[in-house]
Ligand binder design. Structure first.
Ligand code: G3P
Length: 220
């Protein structure tokens, strides 16, 4: 399973990328607004920090302008993935850009039917939002299960399931069990994945016992 980080905070991305465990980055207009920074500059900086795909989202809602925005974003760096919303114009843009050899991430997916359309439009990634479905008392992870099962029925589908709107490590574990291709993680959730109270307690005990031996592994 690939891990993307879902943030436009360049310092967070730099820190998390240093773990060697980050395969890509996703951004959206809300995350750009939260960063308080210039969109184009942020995407260029992120693309220099991370070798993998970096999703940059169009802001227009009509096909012609979305297409122009998508082409501009794709020109910023070779690893830009163009993100478009799951609307008729968004999927038309996805089809045009995909036919032109560009990678497109179709976002704001909330149903299996929408995911089928995105695959038909040639999307490189489909982004179902699990947390936002949970927020309205629907079952986000059952949507992931459905999409993975449907895509598996059609070997010609190359669209990767990119689980978005993740709220906790449990979402990641469930997505991995279902065979989802990618999870895009808020930095806090990626950090939570590392932690377990028994790991912390066990390490503290090992360090204490080791100190009592008076030994050192490296020569002083
Ligand atoms: O980037 C898309 C998605 O991950 C947003 O998540 O937390 O705003 O529902 P959230």
């Amino acid at each position: 399973m690939k891990f993307f980080v879902d943030t436009a905070d360049v310092n967070e991305i730099r820190d998390l990328a240093s773990t060697g465990l980050v395969d890509g980055v996703t951004t959206n207009p809300s995350l750009i607004a939260k960063s308080g920074r210039n969109f184009i500059e942020v995407i260029q900086e992120i693309c220099e920090l991370v070798d993998g795909p970096v999703s940059a989202e169009v802001a227009a809602t009509d096909y012609e302008i979305m297409l122009e925005e998508g082409k501009k974003l794709a020109g910023l760096a070779p690893n830009v993935t163009i993100k478009v919303p799951l609307t008729p114009d968004g999927l038309k843009t996805c089809k045009a850009l995909s036919d032109d050899g560009r990678k497109v991430n179709v976002t704001l997916c909330f149903s299996a039917g929408q995911a089928i359309l995105a695959a038909k439009a040639g999307a490189a990634y489909i982004s179902p939002f699990v947390g936002r479905l949970d927020d309205i008392s629907s079952d986000g992870m059952s949507l992931i299960d459905d999409i993975c099962a449907i895509y598996a029925n059609y070997p010609e589908i190359n669209t990767e399931v990119l689980v978005a709107s993740i709220r906790s490590p449990n979402h990641v574990v469930e997505a991995a069990k279902m065979g989802a291709d990618v999870c895009t993680l808020p930095p806090t959730v990626l950090r939570q994945l590392f932690t377990h109270p028994l790991t912390s307690a066990g390490l503290a005990a090992f360090l204490s016992d080791w100190a009592e031996t008076g030994q050192q592994i490296l020569d002083p």
